[in-house]
Design a binder for this molecule. Structure first.
Ligand code: HEC
Length: 273
């Protein structure tokens, strides 16, 4: 009884030696690491691999798939490699990663009697998973280059900037009756908020328009929310004293990095209404 656990690895080694002597013939496609041939590479493959090695399960239907590190042997280093890939960011296994033939000749094969693998899993571009196991996740994967979820969003004033930033963070001061700084940003029957800003010179430093379409760094509104308005005034020869404060002023300061980025992207994309 006690010797059984040593016999199992021996059987595997003998099996490996046996298949090594068999001439290369038609092989089933497989995905490296998918030891149980369920088209997924996960902990179950490591468990099966260990069971084959140490608990008499097996032999593997497709030994090449269990040879995670592609060293031509199925041994303890394979489940170890697989666990590192799954849990320690060890990077993808050697090819074939998404269902194919072994590009490196070795003694292991994937006989046509096994189910091998089915179609390569496609990368789903917004699930934060490396579905096709090529090492690139979601939008970082070139497969997703034209997927709508990976294209940069295009912002508009009335669709994004006005409701998300101006209305929530600015009109408390920049609307009648106060119109602080002489600036009315409220969109109403009598005031077009967009027209007030785009291509309109600021009072504090007339060299800058509030919004210069396509150029956030030349836009006074952006410099005021970014907090680079004093440097901007200096660069343009305006009075730095007149440049005033970062917006929203005082205790209301400042916008979140995401809000500042939204305004920046909107201007740099052309400041669409
Ligand atoms: C708590 C009141 C308050 C809030 C909130 C506020 N502002 Fe101001 N804003 C002022 C005051 C007061 C001035 C004039 C003094 C100064 O510039 O420091 C001013 C001036 C400005 C100017 C310069 C006007 C000019 O003619 O050059 C811009 C641009 C501006 N604000 C944009 C914004 C934006 C964008 C927001 C929202 C993200 C905002 N402000 C939020 C009070 C406020």
């Amino acid at each position: 009884m006690t010797n059984l656990r040593f016999i199992s690895p021996l059987v595997v080694v003998l099996f490996a030696m046996f298949v090594a002597t068999v001439p290369v013939s038609a092989q089933e496609n497989f995905s490296r690491g998918d030891c149980n041939l369920d088209d997924q590479i996960n902990i179950a493959d490591a468990v099966l691999s260990l069971s084959i090695l140490f608990s008499g399960a097996g032999p593997a239907l497709c030994p090449d798939a269990c040879d995670v590190n592609d060293d031509g042997n199925t041994d303890i280093s394979d489940p170890v490699s697989l666990l590192s890939i799954l849990f320690s960011n060890a990077g993808p296994p050697p090819a074939p990663i998404t269902c194919g033939q072994d590009p490196t000749p070795d003694g292991l094969d994937c006989p046509t009697t096994s189910s091998g693998c089915t179609a390569p899993p496609a990368e789903i571009c917004d699930n934060n998973v490396d579905d096709d196991l090529d090492g690139d996740i979601d939008c970082a994967d070139s497969d997703c280059a034209t997927d709508p979820v990976c294209l940069p969003p295009t912002y508009s004033y009335f669709g994004d900037v006005y409701p998300q930033v101006i209305q929530t963070k600015c009109t408390v001061c920049h609307a009648p009756p106060s119109n602080f700084g002489g600036l009315n940003l409220e969109d109403s029957m009598t005031n077009d908020s967009y027209a007030t800003l785009v291509n309109q010179p600021s009072a504090e430093c007339g060299s800058y328009d509030f919004v210069e379409p396509g150029d956030s760094s030349a836009s006074w509104l952006f410099r005021k929310i970014e907090g680079t308005h004093v440097a901007a005034a200096q660069a343009a020869g305006c009075s730095t004293a007149a440049a005033g404060s970062q917006m929203p002023i005082g205790g209301f300061c400042c916008l979140t990095p995401a809000e500042i980025q939204l305004v920046k992207d909107w201007i740099d994309q052309g400041a669409a209404p």
